[in-house]
Design a protein around this ligand. Structure first.
Ligand SMILES: Cc1cc2nc3c(=O)[nH]c(=O)nc-3n(C[C@H](O)[C@H](O)[C@H](O)COP(=O)(O)OP(=O)(O)OC[C@H]3O[C@@H](n4cnc5c(N)ncnc54)[C@H](O)[C@@H]3O)c2cc1C
Length: 394
């Protein structure tokens, strides 16, 4: 096994915490700097599908994460139209349904609590309110100057600082994230005890999802084209969310009616990062959204970030020579992340084309193809992940 490395991780989100755990578990000396002075979490929840839970298991966090979230029985996803009438239902796969739910909903803050607790238990220092002012590399290491004025040498720097990554530009990658034309509106509500499935309501060129995230909470997420990338002040979010999805009835109605000034709501203008390899320059490697932020239609960005962390740790353990290991990491991950990005983009774009369309044929198509689309997506994803693992061993 190659020697233990001194590693700085920039960003303490899903990618950064996962990398800290995976790398520290392999004996590397790890430190995280995080820009936020105190943890403030975006409201709302997140889906973790079984492939993300496989990574959680690799990080030793499976039981804690499952206990902190809400497992959807049999991975059931109900498709309804925007009036609330059933269209069809699908089941998501799990490689080990007894241990690993096919779909777990969890509050983002809870997920972070579980990950950050493990980071702390491993003794990884996490310096809040700190960012990176400069990275200078030479043949023997990288000197990183932090915003607190201190500087230190590292063998490896991991840029896990999200879609607007500053570390990406600090290593000379000139990429502005692409606004996708979609906005996502989210809100958190008390969960009625009988609402236990993932629900996807298929409106005309809009989607409204409902997902349990704990014993007493659920979150809703509505996707819609938002041309022009307008800024909406947070105090307007509840009213805007209500009006964007005004045509939705059925189970959505009660939650939309509840939205008011005190509601936990969130608006996100969705951006994408499409970055060709290499994802590293010298000793600095990008992971998570910094390297491959995707639209959220497949609910896979978090899982991709966790997988990156595990594969990066594997590459460093299995391959001698940092440059070789980082090259192999990118080669293993790009096909997987690119596949997710492309499928997710197509799903979003197909939905947006429904304006003025008769929804009958769409619903009929959904009844015919929804389950095979789920199965096909996860079979292909699984295949690409395995091919990536094989590439590391080659
Ligand atoms: C609307 C929406 C819904 C989504 N739903 C899902 C879902 O259901 N399931 C799923 O798996 N994925 C989902 N995703 C994707 C998922 O949220 C992201 O892929 C995931 O958060 C990426 O993690 P990350 O750690 O790379 O980036 P981030 O979560 O953005 O974390 C980056 C961290 O770096 C810090 N940081 C930023 N800049 C600096 C700096 N210069 N110095 C130091 N620290 C810095 C930030 O404060 C933050 O803590 C969704 C995304 C969107 C937009």
């Amino acid at each position: 096994m190659p020697q233990a490395l001194d590693i700085l991780i920039i960003g303490g989100g899903i990618a950064g915490c996962s990398a800290a755990i995976a790398l520290s578990d392999r004996g590397h000396r790890v430190r995280i700097v995080e820009r936020q002075p105190e943890w403030r979490f975006q409201s709302s929840g997140i889906f973790v599908y079984a492939n993300g839970l496989v990574s959680m298991a690799a990080l030793g966090l499976l039981d804690e994460i499952v206990a902190a979230g809400f497992a959807v029985a049999e991975g059931r996803n109900l498709y309804l139209d925007h009036h609330g009438d059933p269209i069809t239902e699908t089941r998501y796969p799990s490689p080990d349904a007894a241990r690993m739910p096919a779909i777990l909903g969890i509050k983002r803050a809870e997920m972070h609590r579980v990950m950050a607790a493990r980071v702390g238990a491993l003794g990884v220092p996490m310096q809040l309110g700190t960012t990176v002012d400069g990275i200078e590399q030479d043949g023997a290491g990288a000197t990183v100057t932090l915003s607190d004025g201190t500087a230190a040498r590292y063998d490896l720097v991991v840029g896990a600082d999200g879609v607007r990554s500053a570390s990406r530009s600090q290593i000379g990658i000139d990429l502005v994230p692409r606004y996708t034309g979609f906005g996502v509106w989210r809100s958190v509500h008390r969960r009625p005890p009988d609402l236990t499935d993932k629900i996807m309501m298929m409106g005309p060129a809009k989607r409204f999802g409902i997902m349990p995230i704990s014993e007493d909470r659920l979150y809703t997420f509505g996707t819609v084209a938002e041309p022009g990338n307008a800024y909406y002040p947070p105090e307007d979010w509840p009213g805007l969310m209500r009006s964007r999805f005004a045509e939705f009835e059925g189970p959505a109605r009660a939650f939309l009616d509840e939205l008011g000034p005190d509601s936990e709501t969130l608006y996100t203008a969705v951006e994408e990062v499409v970055l060709p390899l290499p994802w590293h320059r010298g000793r600095v490697v990008l992971i998570g959204d910094a390297a491959h932020a995707a639209t959220p239609f497949m609910g896979q960005g978090g899982a991709m970030a966790m997988q990156d962390a595990v594969v990066l740790a594997d590459a460093l353990s299995q391959i001698d020579g940092l440059d070789k290991a980082l090259t192999a990491f990118g080669a293993a991950r790009l096909p997987v992340c690119q596949f997710v990005q492309e499928v997710s983009r197509k799903v979003g774009e197909a939905g947006a084309e429904e304006v003025g369309a008769d929804l009958g044929p769409r619903n009929a198509r959904l009844r015919d193809t929804a389950q095979s689309a789920v199965d096909g997506f996860y079979d292909r994803l699984d295949g690409l992940i395995r091919e990536g693992e094989a590439r590391l061993r080659a």
